[in-house]
Design a protein around this ligand. Sequence first.
Ligand code: AMP
Ligand code: MG
Length: 308
Amino acid sequence: MSILPPTEENIHLAGDAIRAGKLVVIPTETVYGLAADATNRRAVESIFRAKGRPQDNPLIVHIGESKWLEDLAVDVPEYAQRLAGEFWPGPLTLVLTKLPHVLDEVTAGLDSVAVRMPSHEIALRVIREANVPIAAPSANKFMAVSPTRIEHIDPEIELGAEMILDGGPCGYGVESTVIECLGDHPRLLRPGGLSRAKIEEFLSAPLVAADHSERRSPGRYPKHYAPRTPVRLVSRLGERDAGITFQVPQHRNQLQLSGSNPDEFAANLYHALHVLDERSVSEILIETPPETPEWEVIWDRLRKASSS
Ligand code: AMP
Ligand code: MG
């Protein structure tokens, strides 16, 4: 394994490695992804092994052009086509009825497949070089905090990868928004980088939440995105507490991510969790943000990080 700058040549090598069935860590606009050829069963299996990810947790397939969707999904609803037209490339994943040849290993045996086209230039170039759709979950061990910078990548993940492309910090810093597009209306399965407000404004309608009881989207575990150090949500950090604060930090183990800008907070949240996890603190306390719609994705990740 080697960490490489995203030069023309290295992007070419990354494409070759993926086509040869190897794992490659790539930057995306959400988080770093562990990428493999989504049409190669053994390559997909090696993602699950490297991450220690349960087989029943389906992967997102990343495409290099919108028209690649025709090789993955059928009966794409009109609203889904409009969403893709508006928000691709970008941090929006659409769950669609799959074509029979899409691997069960990718979809965890479901009859649907999750697809997105990333907007990160390096990710797009690697996918187009590989010229195959790629499965690319976050490049971390199962349940751990996703890497948003190269230094967050777990040594075990590094060992399993043929190469790592260094693209600097990820812009969004949280995973993609996942929308189920199987019925008459789109349904929100997971809040993410693309805000509900932008989607609702585009649809001119409120986005219905998916019925979680149906188990239509396996892989939504209550605990997820969690550091090794226990996390607790509080209204205000005490003077000596370690954690994330909206106030002026009182010492080095208190980090302030942003005043009141949720995008900036999201972009820095995982980095802060990685940093605090590396310091010998017994508990990470996080001051809760306002309970307003703009903070939805942050609340989702904070709840999962602090769930026991
Ligand atoms: P990630 O763990 O960020 O790679 O995102 C993958 C998540 O997307 C899974 O954990 C599911 O929640 C969701 N997902 C992927 N494929 C499907 C699918 N076919 N149906 C519903 N949800 C899916
Ligand atoms: Mg993940």
